[in-house]
Structures are given as C-alpha cells and as structure tokens.
Design a protein around this ligand. Structure first.
Ligand SMILES: NC(=O)c1ccc[n+]([C@@H]2O[C@H](COP(=O)([O-])OP(=O)(O)OC[C@H]3O[C@@H](n4cnc5c(N)ncnc54)[C@H](O)[C@@H]3O)[C@@H](O)[C@H]2O)c1
Length: 328
C-alpha cells in the first residue's frame, strides 16, 4: 500500500474550505486513509453535495462556520494535529467589484487560522497560495520561488501574499510550522469556476459559438486536483521544518502549459460538437487582474523528489471528461 498522505503521526485534520472543489477531494482522500477530519466552511462557494457522502462517517465532522468568526475557529480547531487551510475568496473576477473580499476571506481568514492555532497549540499548517503572487513576472519566463519583488496585479494575489506573510510571521514568532504552496491551475471534477467550467457552460447554452475572453494568447499551467493534494502531502512528509527554518514556499504544478485555444478545442471535441465558431474577444486581459500567461518552474519540488505525472494537456482532457461525467 502506498504511504498515507500525512504519515502516521497525524491523526486528525482541520480542513478550512473543506466543502470546496479542492477541499472536498481532500476529504475523500483523508477519510479514505483513516484520518479524522473536520471540514470548516461557510458554504459561500462550497457545496454540501460535494461532501454529504461523508455525513454518516463517524470520523468526519462538518462545521458550517465562517473563518471570520475567530472564537468559533478556536473552539472547532482545538484537538486537531494539523490545519489544512484552503478557505479563501476564489472569485477572482468578481473581486474587481468587491475588493474587500480578498482582505476579509484571504488575509483576515488566514490571520484567524494562525491566531487560532497559536491559542490552542496546533503547530502545523499547510496552505494553498497561488502562482498569481508573481503577477507579471511570470508572463513570459518561468518563475521560481525566489522571484521578486512580488507586485500583485489582483486583489486575489494581494490577499495570498498577505496570507503567506502572516503564516511566515506566526511560524517565526510562535513556533508554528508552515508548508505553503503556490499552485498552477488546479482542475478536475466538481469545479465551480475557471476556464473549463466556463467553456462547457457557454457551449451548453450555445453549441454553435464559443467566445474566448482576452487576446487568445493565454497559456497556463494545469494539473489535476489529486496530483495537487499528493504534492502537498509529499512535501509535508518529506520536507522537515524546524526552529531555524519553520516554514517554506513551493511552486506546485506541471512543467508544461496549455494554450487557451487548445482548451477550447479539447472541450469542443469531448462535447462531440462540430462547426463551432471560436471567437477571440481581442482585449489584452480577459478581466482586470487576469494573468494571461502563467509560467512557474517546478524545479524545486522535482529536486525534492516530486513531479506531477500528467502533462498540462493531459490533465485538461481528463478534467473536461470528468466535468462532462464521462469519467470519474
Ligand atoms: N483551484 C485552483 O486552481 C487554485 C489555484 C491556486 C490556489 N487555489 C487555492 O486553493 C484553495 C481552494 O480553492 P478551490 O479551487 O477549492 O476553491 P473553492 O472556492 O471551491 O474553495 C474555497 C472554499 O472556501 C470556503 N470559504 C470562503 N471564504 C470562507 C470563509 N470566510 N469562511 C469559511 N469558508 C470560506 C468556500 O465556501 C469554499 O468552499 C483556495 O485557497 C484557493 O485560493 C486554488
């Protein structure tokens, strides 16, 4: 049997954002491997139907709660061995209209996570950051963890940089240990946002035409949700943190990218459509704060012994098929 995701020293895991896309897959994996799990989610974007198949499992507890309610987080967190902090505002496009969400649901939520950890003595945190922190640095060259200065071009990226900063400071000041991951685009079944989700919905509404936002040159790094979770677990098990070096940050994804026009082609093919007119909107960015091209190096994780198994293109096809119900 392959190694358990978090090894055997961890028994109970607090997953913030546990009813979301990545969170619900994480619950499936953790509960399947015999961990006790609390999912804490305010269901602002998560869905009960993603997790309700676990409701009868005595090892599982769902708490419908908000990360902004610090006292509640403190109460619910107590007694766990590790916090896996996924809760965040993920409506990157909508943030242009409501920028305060990135401050609240990213920065303040993360502050509350680490403050609750400090108060109840939970030491270890795994955190989902993003390649978006690199802003325009990663437009045309592959960007490593050392790149800087980090000048965010969206509220979402600003919220993640703020979150990384609080986690790092708590690790250094209060003895926490942190594993932070800057993801490429994570894809799979149960997506509630993103380009694949959008293309499928647009083509269901109008199977004759597909409009691609932006200038059509977008290309990003895509990898499957189970690979993302596996990579984080690998780092947690194999990369030790100590007093001298209590936290670190790792890019996580594939070393390839998929152009947006190719995603359109794969979606059209898998939906079995013919004669679709693909139109390019022709604006420089798909939305304010969009990074049209995202290139991150995953050399560091490779040197440490982990790589994604599927290329970005293969991951896209698998995710499209899952979203269409053609495979599990
Ligand atoms: N999916 C990706 O491609 C990707 C890429 C980079 C980083 N990430 C990060 O991974 C994490 C999970 O992303 P996802 O794709 O599963 O998104 P998601 O929106 O499905 O999951 C986030 C969850 O957090 C919950 N949430 C939001 N604010 C909350 C709050 N104040 N209190 C409690 N719960 C709250 C939502 O209801 C949702 O279930 C996020 O932190 C996201 O920023 C995702």
């Amino acid at each position: 049997m392959s190694e358990r995701l978090l090894g055997d020293a961890v028994r109970s895991v607090f997953v913030s954002g546990g009813a979301g896309f990545i969170g619900s897959h994480l619950l499936d994996m953790l509960l399947g491997q015999g961990y006790r799990v609390t999912a804490y989610d305010n269901l602002s974007n998560g869905r009960r139907e993603f997790i309700e198949h676990h409701f009868d499992d005595p090892a599982f507890r769902f708490v419908e709660g908000d990360m902004l309610d610090l006292e509640r987080v403190v109460r619910e967190l107590e007694g766990h061995d590790l916090a896996w902090h996924l809760a965040a505002n993920t409506d990157i496009i909508g943030c242009h209209e409501r920028p305060e969400r990135d401050l609240r649901d990213c920065v303040e939520a993360t502050f509350n996570m680490v403050e609750a950890m400090r108060r109840v003595g939970v030491r270890d945190i795994i955190f989902s950051s993003t390649g978006a922190v690199y802003g325009d640095l990663c437009l045309d060259r592959a960007t490593s963890e050392e790149a800087g200065p980090l000048l965010p071009i969206s509220g979402y990226a600003a919220g993640k940089i703020g979150s990384e900063a609080f986690i790092s400071s708590y690790c250094h000041m209060y003895g926490l240990r942190g594993w932070m991951f800057r993801f490429g685009n994570v894809i799979g079944g149960r997506m509630t946002h993103g380009v694949i989700y959008d293309f499928i919905n647009k083509l269901r509404r109008n199977p004759r035409e597909l409009e691609i936002l932006g200038d059509g040159t977008q290309e990003k790094n895509y990898f499957l949700v189970e690979e993302c979770i596996d990579g984080m677990g690998f780092a947690y098990r194999n990369i030790a943190m100590d007093e001298e070096h209590p936290c670190d940050v790792f890019n996580l994804g594939t070393d390839s990218v998929t152009p947006v026009v190719k995603i359109a082609r794969i979606v059209i093919e898998e939906m079995g459509l013919e004669g679709v007119e693909v139109k390019i909107a022709g604006t420089p960015r798909a939305w304010p704060g969009d990074q049209p091209r995202v290139h991150i190096t995953v050399d560091r994780m490779r040197e440490l012994g982990w790589t994604a198994r599927l290329s970005s293109d293969e991951a896209v096809r698998r995710a499209v098929r899952r979203m269409l119900g053609k495979e599990e």
